[in-house]
Unconditional design. Structure first.
Length: 689
């Protein structure tokens, strides 16, 4: 008696290699697309679609127009061409319209085995006039009830070397039935009320839409779910924050006036508004969570110093964290010079602070005698004990301004107010989206007297002129940044690209300056980085070759040229940030963008940097052109957004109000296990634990 064999349906968590037709080699290629499991494959959504859905009778096929034809094979055969000895497969198709169409495939000799006279097939492509209509190398497929490659809206996927959409289509189509295993994590009440498509159906439709209308509904659902999960996470973080209590730093007008009067300059309007917003927040018993955004040079430090001054005046402590030792020193100097006149002491705690100096400092922090501490991030997160910390400020390290709440300890139970400062221009709508739990102050105004940095796109034939120009600048005593892109994926830290650039400059371009050209890349130890930066700051180094992975956020007023290689490889906001590294002194400054790109799209993007001086505008242009993943650093925190458009204000506000509504009904999401699991992607971003 034959044994009954139980065939288990594959599970979504099975590796893709368990699917028929997926070899180890292919598995590796799929890995490059981020696909490891069947679930990943199912959730690998098309980038776009080819519309092969309309079938044209052969009699109506016109040359030069993309067309799908359904016809029967009247004849088929293969032969070699005389001259180049190419394999040609030729077929003649006919249909009810009474005409025939010649179809030719090059170098696919195996087609004669899979296609036979009498078969009915779809072909999709463009026909030429060549002694009658001929369609060359069309996509083709045998007629069936479920066509994959033609005769429908055909999905086009992101491809990688050796892995085409054509290969992916049948593989994905074969697992679509497993979509039913996907968890429907949207609350059912919401699903019905908003009439959203179910998750499994949406996933099936997004790959193989039954119609354009169904596709729209599927995308709508998938975009909503992404935005909704984000908003639920943000609202939960907000609720958690609102129940914590913070030190109250009362607003005191004479104190504020006294601070402003002692400054050597007048605050800009933007600085005044931002400072006002921050001081209002400090006066509330709930922890502030605010992002202070402003271009490089917009004057964020003094705004932070004003808040620290207020806190100190009320008897509280403040801390400022910087990403590197050099920046920490720079901040400590600046803040000391601003707060010194008020008899407010500023301590500096960095890796090289000797133990003998460290011990008394830690003691006076714990005793509450030292009102302001500046230090490197790593050091302070290790846990410095404060007596009564009211304000922590983080400069430029956590680009999101959220998450990783400082692990500072203090003797009271109160949560300090939190201010993060960034020069990454985050478009307002995006700020609203991503930071549902964050308030934002924007310095959109520069202190007076700044000269704009002259920006130019340098075509390859002008490279020599640019070097001559740079040489003259160095001879005049100025300094130069050279930024190199990451060229190979394997060169993650940019060691190779920057090293090659250094060698080229030292050997071929500026041999006479070789000893004054230095290198900065991600493989250097932090002490080495610090020493290179210090040499640049002293002026010993004239040309600093650096990769983008290294923060060069340091004030070098004498640097007048920012030269960027492979500029097309960077996000516009990032280019703008590099540009902000020059133009800090009294001399005229230049930003030179080098590119080998010739496509109009890249040149148009770069042209936007030439003409546009606003980081916000550039970030928004980039977001529209290339999607959000290219904005500096975003991807490293959040998850990837596949469907939701982060500039879609209506989507954001719908998702936000649904999130608020759900949490009012079910604050701990006790009834929403599936949704809780989805939130895990945001745990770190929003510090939900
Ligand atoms: P960033 O926003 O890049 O951190 P900084 O705080 O370092 O900018 O300020 C850049 C420079 O501008 C500093 O030298 C600072 O003293 C100066 N500055 C700040 N605000 C003003 C102002 N309102 N008027 C003139 N100079 C200012
Ligand atoms: Mg700064």
């Amino acid at each position: 008696m034959p044994r009954l064999q139980v065939v288990r349906d594959p599970s979504l968590d099975d590796p893709v290699a368990t699917l028929p037709g997926v070899s180890d080699k292919t598995e590796a290629k799929l890995g490059r697309l981020g696909i490891a499991t069947i679930r990943d494959l199912l959730l690998f959504f098309p980038r776009r679609y080819e519309d092969f859905s309309t079938i044209t009778p052969i009699a109506f096929v016109r040359p030069g127009v993309k067309t799908t034809v359904r016809g029967r094979i009247y004849e088929i055969g293969a032969h070699q061409t005389k001259y180049k000895r190419m394999a040609l497969t030729e077929a003649v198709l006919g249909d009810d319209s009474g005409t025939t169409l010649r179809v030719v495939w090059f170098n696919q000799p195996w087609l004669v085995k899979s296609l036979q006279k009498g078969d009915e097939i779809f072909v999709a492509g463009e026909a030429d006039l060549n002694g009658g209509l001929v369609m060359k190398n069309p996509d083709h497929e045998k007629v069936s009830l479920r066509p994959t490659n033609v005769a429908r809206l055909v999905p086009v996927y992101r491809e990688t070397e050796g892995l085409t959409s054509k290969w992916l289509r049948p593989k994905i189509q074969a697992v679509l039935r497993l979509a039913d295993q996907l968890d429907e994590f949207l609350p059912s009440e919401l699903l019905t009320r908003r009439e959203l498509m179910g998750r499994a159906e949406a996933v099936r439709q997004v790959h193989y839409p039954a119609s354009a209308a169904r596709l729209d509904r599927a995308k709508e659902r998938l975009a909503f779910e992404e935005m909704f999960v984000l908003q639920v996470a943000a609202q939960m973080a907000k609720r958690a924050r609102q129940v914590r209590s913070a030190p109250v730093v009362p607003f005191d007008e004479p104190t504020a006036r006294g601070f402003v009067a002692a400054l050597p300059f007048k605050l800009t309007n933007a600085q005044r508004v931002a400072a006002w917003q921050i001081l209002q927040d400090l006066a509330r018993p709930m922890p502030m969570n605010r992002l202070l955004e402003g271009d490089v040079g917009s004057g964020k430090t003094v705004v932070a110093a004003m808040a620290m001054h207020h806190a100190a005046h009320a008897g509280f402590q403040s801390v400022l964290l910087a990403p590197t030792e050099i920046l920490a020193r720079q901040h400590a100097d600046v803040i000391q010079s601003i707060l010194g006149p008020f008899q407010i002491d500023v301590g500096l705690l960095v890796g090289s602070t000797p133990a003998a100096a460290r011990r008394p400092m830690l003691a006076s922090l714990a005793e509450g005698q030292l009102p302001v501490l500046v230090g490197t991030h790593a050091l302070i997160e290790e846990g410095v004990q404060f007596k009564d910390l009211a304000l922590s400020v983080v400069d430029e390290q956590h680009r999101f301004g959220v998450g990783q709440r400082l692990a500072v300890r203090q003797k009271t139970e109160r949560t300090p107010h939190f201010l993060s400062m960034t020069a990454t221009p985050i478009p307002r709508t995006l700020g609203l989206t991503l930071f549902g739990d964050l308030d934002i102050s924007i310095l959109d105004e520069m202190p007076p007297g700044r000269r704009p940095v002259k920006t130019g796109l340098v075509p390859p034939e002008k490279r020599a002129d640019a070097y001559t120009f740079i040489r003259k600048q160095v001879e005049a005593g100025r300094q130069v940044f050279v930024i190199c892109p990451l060229i190979q994926e394997s060169d993650k830290l940019g060691v190779r690209s920057a090293t090659q650039e250094l060698e080229k400059l030292q050997r071929d371009v500026f041999p006479e300056l070789a000893s004054r050209i230095a290198l900065l890349h991600g493989r250097l130890k932090s002490a080495e980085k610090e020493s290179v930066m210090a040499a640049f700051k002293r002026g010993d180094v004239a040309i600093l070759v650096s990769t983008s992975v290294v923060e060069v956020g340091i004030d070098i007023p004498n640097a007048t040229v920012m030269m960027i290689e492979g500029a097309d490889r960077f996000g516009l906001a990032q280019l703008h940030q590099f540009r902000g590294r020059v133009g800090r002194g009294s001399e005229e400054s230049w930003c030179l963008l080098f590119t080998d790109a010739e496509d109009p799209q890249s040149l148009k993007r770069l042209q936007a940097v030439v003409t546009n001086k606003s980081g916000f505008d550039l970030a928004e242009i980039d977001l529209n052109l290339r999607g959000w993943g290219d904005l500096a650093g975003y991807r490293q925190h959040g998850k990837d957004f596949k469907m939701a458009n982060l500039l879609d204000v209506a989507l954001i506000s719908d998702a936000q109000s649904e999130a608020v509504r759900l949490l009012e009904r079910d604050p701990t999401l006790a009834g929403e296990l599936g949704l809780r699991l989805q939130l895990s992607a945001y745990r770190q971003v929003f510090a939900l634990d």
